[in-house]
Design a protein around this ligand. Structure first.
Ligand code: CUA
Length: 201
C-alpha cells in the first residue's frame, strides 16, 4: 500500500483560520510594543543622544576640494610620513581631509580638547571614513563637502580605515589622525614607536 505523501499538488491541512493561541497573541503584542519603542527612539536619539552628527553638507567640485586640501596641508605642514604631510592646524581651524584611491590625505595632528571644523570629501569614488579604534563612521562622497564640528577627546595615534569598497587597493587605504594632549607634545610617544615599528618592516 502506498503511503500518502504531501506534495505541492496536495496541500498540507491549514490551521490559519483557527484562533491564534494566547502565547502567539502575547508575542505579537510584545513585538508591536517594541516596534513603537524603536520608532520613538529614532527622533529622540537624534536630539537627546547626541549621536547623529549635525554636519553641513554642500556640493563641491572634487578637484577644487582637493586643491583646497593641498593648500591647507602646505599651510600647516609640520612633517611627513612616507610622503604624506603631517599637518597640525591651530585650534578652531577649518580642517580638510580628502579620500582618494587609495589613501587619506593628509595626516592630521589635532589637539585633544580643541574644536575644529573637519571637511571631508573624495576625489574619485565613494570611500568610508572609519576611525579606528573609536567607533566613528562616515560616508565620504565625491562632489560633497561634509563638514563636521569635531573635538578630539583622547590623545593617541589613530587610523582611518576605508570601510567602503573602492577598488583593488581598498584594503590598503589606511590614514592617520594623531591627537596630542593639551601640553602640545609634538607626537605621542606611542606614535613614534608605531612609526619606527612600521619603518623597520
Ligand atoms: Cu577607499 Cu575603500
Amino acid at each position: 500500500m502506498l503511503t500518502k505523501v504531501h506534495s505541492g499538488l496536495d496541500p498540507a491541512p491549514g490551521v490559519w483560520w483557527k484562533p491564534a493561541h494566547k502565547a502567539e497573541k502575547v508575542w505579537v503584542g510584545i513585538a508591536f510594543a517594541w516596534c513603537m519603542v524603536l520608532f520613538a527612539m529614532m527622533p529622540l536619539w537624534h536630539w537627546k543622544g547626541g549621536q547623529n552628527p549635525s554636519g553641513i553638507r554642500r556640493r563641491v567640485d572634487p578637484q577644487k576640494f582637493f586643491a583646497r586640501t593641498v593648500e591647507f596641508a602646505t599651510q600647516y605642514k609640520i612633517g611627513e610620513d612616507r610622503g604624506i604631510p603631517i599637518v597640525a592646524p591651530p585650534a578652531g581651524a577649518e580642517v580638510y581631509l580628502t579620500g582618494m584611491t587609495y589613501q587619506w590625505y593628509p595626516i592630521l595632528q589635532l589637539q585633544a580638547g580643541a574644536t575644529y571644523r573637519l571637511h571631508m570629501s573624495s576625489l574619485d569614488f565613494n570611500h568610508g571614513f572609519s576611525l579606528y579604534p573609536m567607533n566613528v563612521n562616515f560616508q565620504v562622497v565625491p562632489g560633497y563637502d561634509y563638514a563636521l564640528q569635531v573635538t578630539p577627546t583622547a590623545a593617541g595615534d589613530f587610523r582611518i580605515i576605508c570601510n567602503e569598497f573602492c577598488g583593488i587597493g581598498h584594503h590598503t587605504m589606511v590614514g592617520r589622525v594623531i591627537v596630542v594632549d593639551g601640553a602640545g607634545k609634538p607626537l605621542a610617544d606611542n606614535a613614534h614607536a608605531v612609526i619606527r615599528d612600521r619603518e623597520a618592516k
